[in-house]
Design a protein around this ligand. Structure first.
Ligand code: SF4
Length: 473
């Protein structure tokens, strides 16, 4: 079994896909641009990668299992022609099995000719839409909601892709940031709540759309703006036009976990720097939930910035407590049961000389199951830490997510039925404090968006229709 995470095994939320698209003013090697864009979005999905290129009224594509550089070896790349439009996708499965059949983009021939679709998010009404489509004689090759999205767009398109998208979106419930490609158009779609991010950029005369701004930077594009919740951007030979979905909700509900963990620190989402949000989380932890200690440190990589924020405000020196093995990538082969106890040490090790005899504050971004945190606390104690105080840059995760993040049952969550004191006991920590929901929202005050806070509060912008997946297990 392959684990796909840069955190230690067994205990991390998994990201849930990245999308990228380019519209070029001339025919060239657009697949290359997508390749570098996907490389920058690799943190959003490590199971599979795919690129589709439009050329001469045709679409050619290549998809495979693995990381972007594994899938796009030179020989595979050579199968992709030059063209003027291309889209790409990196995937972590939240619906549908981890299988090459379920890799994206989804490419099909429909009422608008050849079409390719790449999706980041999760529809909560996939099952009912699929059943309805099957009753209407649609056939499906995969188990992913993205094929349902493609089929719905085709159903309503009548030769006009924009009409198809507008009508289909009326029936979609859940999170979806889409890039859609015909042989003449690149289309970007963000769901009415703006749950997953999507940005627009320019590179000379080219248009770029991507899940995060770090992918624009990777291809030398300039950030133009975020795609708005409920907006459909159509890019073709006439330039760019913006269209709005009907009956938009009164408030957006962007996933706040993008800032806590999913997005790259160098990305800016809806006007808010992910790096700054993380640093601010550390500052608030120090201001409101501080504790006497000798040193503060962060769990690499995502919590290091926050730990530095903590240090800045508290005056407690930042010291590296954990060294990460940089050669263990996100693809990590999970050892068998007998080796599990050692597997964390392969990825991370305590820096004994830095922590021996010290009272240590260790900052992390979030805790899902608690298995990794427990091992980290033990590792730090074994290396001589006198006290270990855990500080977390988000509130206690009390509810599952059905909007595209892989934490789907209450039984997976250490915090579902425990308070801080009980969690500290399970982890073996001297203390643990979390940010409150208000604190977390405060860290993202630069954002133009309102937020989904469902995994903390249980109140979601779109409740799941498939509740049996999320019941108390
Ligand atoms: S429930 Fe949590 S992880 Fe899921 S979309 Fe909402 S904020 Fe993000």
């Amino acid at each position: 079994m392959f684990l796909r995470s840069d955190k230690a095994p067994f205990d991390s939320m998994q990201e849930e896909c990245g999308v990228f698209g380019v519209y070029s003013s001339e025919s060239r090697n657009v697949a290359h641009t997508v390749y570098y864009g996907l490389y920058a979005l690799q943190h959003r999905g490590q199971e599979s990668a795919g690129i589709a290129v439009a050329y001469n009224d045709k679409i050619e594509y290549f998809k495979g299992m693995g990381l972007v550089p594994e899938v796009f070896e030179e020989a595979n790349f050579a199968t992709l022609p030059e063209g003027d439009i291309a889209i790409g996708h990196v995937r972590y499965s939240t619906t549908g099995a981890s299988h090459i059949l379920n890799a994206q983009p989804v490419v099909f021939t429909g009422k608008c000719g050849k079409i390719a679709v790449a999706h980041n998010g999760n529809l909560v009404n996939t099952r009912s839409l699929r059943e309805k489509l099957i009753q209407e004689n649609a056939v499906f090759q995969t188990t992913i909601d993205s094929e349902v999205i493609a089929s719905m767009i085709n159903k309503y398109s009548d030769g006009n892709i924009l009409k198809g998208i507008v009508c289909a979106c009326k029936e979609f419930k859940g999170s979806y940031s889409l890039v859609v490609m015909t042989t003449t158009q690149l289309i970007a779609v963000r769901d009415p709540f703006g749950i997953r991010p999507l940005v627009l950029g320019r590179s000379l005369d080219d248009y770029i759309v991507a899940s995060e701004t770090c992918a624009l930077d990777a291809v030398g594009a300039t950030y133009v703006r975020d795609v708005e919740p409920g907006e459909i951007l159509v890019i073709d030979a006439n330039g760019l036009t913006s269209h709005r979905m009907e009956n938009l909700p009164p408030k957006s509900a962007a996933c706040i976990f993008e800032y806590v963990y999913f997005a790259r620190a160098d990305s800016i989402l809806d006007g808010c720097s992910v790096y700054e949000a993380r640093k601010q989380a550390g500052r608030i932890l120090a201001q409101k939930y501080g504790v006497e200690a000798d040193i503060v440190s962060g769990v690499p990589d995502s919590a290091v910035v926050a730990a530095r924020g903590y240090s800045e405000v508290s005056g407690i020196p930042y010291v590296e407590a954990l060294a990460k093995n940089r050669y263990v990538g996100r693809t990590f082969i999970q050892p068998d049961q007998s080796m599990r106890e050692n597997s964390l040490s392969v990825k991370m090790n305590a820096l004994r000389a830095n922590i021996q005899g010290k009272r240590l504050i260790i900052v992390d971004d979030s805790i899902v199951r608690g298995t990794t945190s427990k091992r980290i606390v033990r590792m730090l104690r074994d290396a001589g830490a006198r006290e270990v105080h855990v500080r977390i840059c988000s509130p206690i995760i009390k509810h599952p997510c059905h909007l595209g993040i892989d934490m789907q049952t209450y039984s997976q969550l250490i915090g579902a039925y425990r308070n801080e004191e009980q969690i500290a006991k399970v982890l073996g920590a001297d203390s643990i404090r979390y940010l409150s929901v208000d604190d977390l929202v405060e860290t993202c005050r630069q954002s133009r968006m309102n937020f989904c806070l469902g995994c903390f509060s249980g109140e979601y912008p779109c409740p799941s229709e498939e509740t049996d997946k999320y019941k108390f297990e």
